[in-house]
Ligand binder design. Structure first.
Ligand code: PBG
Length: 329
């Protein structure tokens, strides 16, 4: 891309001229948000007529499937047409059986959503941490998450989501080689046209705190630093992304978003792939908490945050703000 900024200086040039009127500002705004940019995460639990607010994420709930169906109706009426599902099983075990069982919470939810709301694009998060008793994203052997043993289970999980009707598969575990394994598993099962949205550059971040309450997925020992990325690394993020693309990812993701806007921009510039960014739970909670105290204007900050993520190079944004933003857009 070649851009020329050559122009005579002041006083012939006055950049304030195009800021003078709302119509001018609207006309020349370089980045704008649309509803189709937004993906809304949902937390699904077993049971009926269950709806419980997540204390660190005001306005976000754990819901049983019946309530999720009502929520999907509301989302569609707001113009939000894609959701990212997280499941919280009734029981957890060492090997996360609930993740790949045909009557697992996600499998049931996907079937119900696709039959009640066929227009809704259903993306499923593929990971083990919500389903394992130890809360890690894979099989634990001697206190360490075993990469290759985990791959097998992730493939089973991804294929069972696709069989239930998931439109897009989103692996978030950060095991090496999982995109290739899942791609092969999906293809072998006949799901050659099911896209993979890979959490490619997923950092080991304290911004996931509120999510772990929502998904009941906090690790019971240690942390996720042996599989998620170190926040100081950006070259490594490019290597992760290059690998995921080579392995068959259709969409690559940077997560979290706000502290990693440089990584989003680099990803777009270096790969020119469809890029997703995850505006994570802690980023949402910070804005909500400050707004509740009257320390900042929550609505304006929300729009500024979402615009900045898109300006950085994201094509789509996974965000808990989706409903509120859709009402404004
Ligand atoms: C599961 C997963 C996490 C998030 C999305 N998928 C948590 C984690 O890795 O601990 C975080 C989302 C958020 O904070 O909003 N592996």
């Amino acid at each position: 891309m070649s851009r020329s900024y050559s122009q005579p200086g002041f006083p012939a040039t006055r950049l304030r001229r195009l800021r003078k009127a709302t119509a001018l500002r609207d006309m020349f705004r370089e980045t704008s948000l649309s509803k189709s940019d937004l993906i809304y995460p949902l937390f699904i639990v077993e049971g009926e007529i269950f709806k419980k607010e997540i204390s660190s994420m005001p306005g976000q709930y754990q819901m049983s499937i019946d309530n999720i169906l009502l929520e999907c109706g509301e989302l569609l009426s707001l113009g939000i047409t894609s959701i990212l599902l997280f499941g919280i099983p009734a029981e957890k075990d060492e090997v996360g059986s609930g993740a790949y069982s045909d009557d697992g919470i996600i499998q049931k939810a996907v079937r119900a959503i696709k039959s009640a709301h066929p227009a809704m694009l259903v993306i499923t998060d593929v990971c083990m941490c919500e389903y394992t008793s130890h809360g890690h994203c894979g099989i634990v052997e001697g206190g360490y998450v075993d990469n290759d043993k985990t791959l097998e289970l992730l493939v089973r999980e991804a294929v069972s989501h696709a069989e239930a009707g998931a439109d897009v598969i989103a692996p978030s575990d950060m095991m090496d080689g999982r995109v290739a394994a899942i791609r092969k598993g999906l293809d072998d099962a006949g799901f050659t046209d099911t896209p993979i949205m890979a959490y490619s550059a997923k950092y080991s971040s304290a911004f996931y705190g509120p999510f772990r309450e929502a998904a009941e997925s906090a690790p019971q020992f240690g942390d996720r630093k042996t599989y998620q990325m170190d926040p100081g690394n950006s070259d490594e993020a490019m290597r992760e992304i290059a690998l995921d693309i080579a392995e068959g990812a259709d969409i690559v993701m940077v997560k979290p978003a706000l502290s990693y806007l440089d990584v989003i921009r680099r990803t777009k510039d270096e790969f020119n792939m469809p890029v997703a960014a995850y505006n994570v739970s802690g980023e949402f909670a910070m804005v909500k908490a400050a707004a509740e105290r009257g320390w900042l204007d929550g609505e304006r900050v929300m729009m500024e945050v979402l615009t900045s993520i898109k300006r950085a190079g994201a094509d789509v944004i996974i965000t808990y703000f989706a409903k509120e933003a859709a009402r404004i857009i």
